[in-house]
Each structure stands twice: as structure tokens, then as C-alpha cells.
Design a protein around this ligand. Structure first.
Ligand SMILES: [Zn+2]
Length: 322
């Protein structure tokens, strides 16, 4: 667990950005796009996002090294993720989509399978389950939970032979990987001909991203390294040899967490310090609970309607085939 905010990597001056190349199309001279800290943990070190002028890819400049990245996750982050994953509806839509795509079952690989919440919904004779996971502890849980075969480590180090899988899934993981293009090339290699890659990720060209800018919850700095739009995802998938089956966006504003970041920043200017979202005990705090209730009944409806006018949905749901 990290106990301080001391910078480990200096944010580069904007003038350095001209030396960078786009990780997707190799275009030079990315545009400094926005700067934000890790608001989830309430830290202050700024991170710089760059945007490619050619393909509109957005990425984190000078990210923490792989060995340092573990410090930016930690128990508060894990708790938030696992709480979201407890809701059954979190997995059912994804499971149904996989069953619609491959009704006959087969071999399925879940990239970043965590504790196996999704894989375990497919337990049964029709599916052979595989996962890739960074945490040995999580991988052990998956194995005992649903019998999946789990590789622990980096996606690019996994030893699966070509043409192994009928389905590869990647739910809110692709934005965390260091080499997105190389991972898609590997996905294409691992899929059987006619196999499908089903992925969900935040949409950087969405209404939510435009409205909230540096306060948008899914920026998740510095854990999210790449920020895709439908256009950039199409482009990189195509270059990896994958063909689009479907690509849509879902409305999911992340309004509560994003407005909370704004609220925290505003009250901080008045000298009031609130615990960061990672340490949130909101459920015990009546004023915040009342505000949330009012907002859910009123503002959320309004903003959701307004967001439809401001741009596409905040989550990209895409299916590609080989
Ligand atoms: Zn580019």
C-alpha cells in the first residue's frame, strides 16, 4: 500500500511531447491533451495524456514502469472492483452475448479474469475455461471456483498455441495493457478461424468524457494507459487482422464518481478536506446519502437525456472475428 504522494516519475514538460509517437499509427507530434492526478486515491502528482492528431488515440505519457505499477492498485482499488463485480447483472449480459455468438460452446479465454466472476458463469460441459491474470492469489481463486486453467503473468508471456480459442473476452482490461496493439495481434493469433473477440472498454470520445474532462472517472490515472474511441479501436483491430462484427456504445456516464471528484476539488479550495473516493465511507454519511438520492431522482435523468445530445455512449462494446 502506498503511504505518500511523492512523485516517482516527473511529468514531462509539454514541449517533450513532440518526441513521442502514437502507439497505434506511429504518427509523430502528439498533442498534450489533458493533465490530471489519480483522483480516486486523492493523490496530487499530475499525469499527462497525449492525443494523436492522426488517429485520435489518447494515451498516458511516460507511464509508471511495469514494476512500479502495482503501487497504483492496492486493496482500495481491488475492493471497488470486486464490489462492482458482485452484482449478478454485471456478468449476465456478457454471458448472454457470448452464448449468442457461440451457442455451441468451446474454448474461451478471459484476459484479466480477476477472481473468475465471468468465467464461472460459463461453468459446465459446453465450455473449456481459460484465463490470464496478474495476481497469483486471484488465479488460485478462479481455479478452485470454476476449474479454469489460468496463466499468471503478462498477456504477451502466455504460452497458448495459435488457433486455440473459440472466444476471447477482455472486459475493462484492454485500457490497462502496456502494448495494446501487440495484444490484439496475439488475440488474432490465438483465435480459431471464425472465433470471436468480445471486448468492453471506456470510450474517450463519449459525452461523459467531453463533459467531465479531467474529472471523468474512467480516466483512472495512471492505471488506464490507453483511451480508445470507436474509430481508434476499429483501426487497431483491423491492423491486427481482426474483422468487425459489431461495435456499439452504451450510455454509462459515471456521473456520481465524476461529480464527486469535482465536488472534492471545490470544497478543497475552501480548505475542507474529504477522504478520497478510495477511502469513501459515504454509506455512513447522511448528507451525502441524501444528496445522492436527490440526484438519482432528478439530475441523473436530466443529465442522461442531455448526454445523448452531447455525444456517444461511455462504454464501447465490440465484437471482432478472425
Ligand atoms: Zn495515431
Amino acid at each position: 500500500m502506498i503511504a505518500n504522494d511523492s512523485p516517482t516519475i516527473a511529468a514531462p514538460p509539454a514541449s517533450d511531447a513532440g518526441q513521442r509517437t502514437c502507439p497505434i499509427c506511429a504518427e509523430l507530434d502528439p498533442i498534450p491533451w489533458l493533465t490530471a492526478p489519480d483522483r480516486f486515491h486523492g493523490r496530487t502528482k499530475p499525469y499527462q495524456l497525449l492525443r494523436c492528431a492522426s488517429c485520435s488515440m489518447v494515451w498516458l505519457d511516460d507511464p509508471p514502469s511495469k514494476s512500479e505499477m502495482g503501487m497504483h492498485y492496492g486493496p482500495d482499488y481491488d475492493r471497488t472492483i470486486s464490489e462492482a463485480a458482485k452484482a449478478p447483472e454485471h456478468w449476465f449480459d456478457r454471458r448472454n452475448e457470448v452464448l449468442r455468438l457461440k451457442p455451441g460452446g468451446g474454448a474461451i479465454l478471459d484476459l484479466g479474469c480477476a477472481t473468475g466472476g465471468f468465467l464461472s458463469t460459463l461453468q459446465g460441459p459446453s465450455w473449456k475455461l481459460f484465463g490470464i491474470e496478474m495476481s497469483e492469489e486471484a488465479a488460485r481463486e478462479v481455479r478452485s471456483r470454476c476449474g479454469a486453467e489460468v496463466f499468471v503473468g503478462d498477456i504477451l508471456d502466455a504460452p497458448f498455441p495459435p488457433n486455440s480459442f473459440d472466444v476471447i473476452t477482455c472486459f475493462n482490461v484492454f485500457e490497462h495493457v502496456y502494448e495494446p496493439k501487440e495484444v490484439l495481434v496475439r488475440v488474432a493469433k490465438w483465435l480459431k478461424p471464425g472465433g470471436v473477440f468480445y471486448t468492453l472498454m471506456p470510450n474517450i470520445d463519449s459525452a461523459g468524457a467531453r463533459i467531465f474532462r479531467s474529472y471523468w472517472y474512467p480516466l483512472e490515472l495512471p492505471r488506464h494507459l490507453s483511451h480508445f474511441s470507436p474509430a481508434t479501436l476499429r483501426r487497431v483491430a483491423q491492423s491486427a487482422g481482426l474483422r468487425e462484427v459489431s461495435l456499439e456504445t452504451w450510455r454509462e456516464l459515471f456521473f456520481e464518481s465524476s461529480t464527486r471528484f469535482i465536488f472534492d476539488d471545490v470544497v478543497k479550495k475552501f480548505g475542507i478536506s474529504r477522504p478520497p473516493l478510495s477511502k469513501s465511507t459515504d454509506d455512513a454519511r447522511l448528507p451525502w446519502r441524501i444528496m445522492r438520492k436527490i440526484y438519482r431522482l432528478t439530475l441523473l435523468q436530466l443529465f442522461t437525456a442531455a448526454a445523448s445530445l452531447a455525444g456517444a455512449g461511455e462504454t464501447i462494446a465490440a465484437v471482432f472475428t478472425k
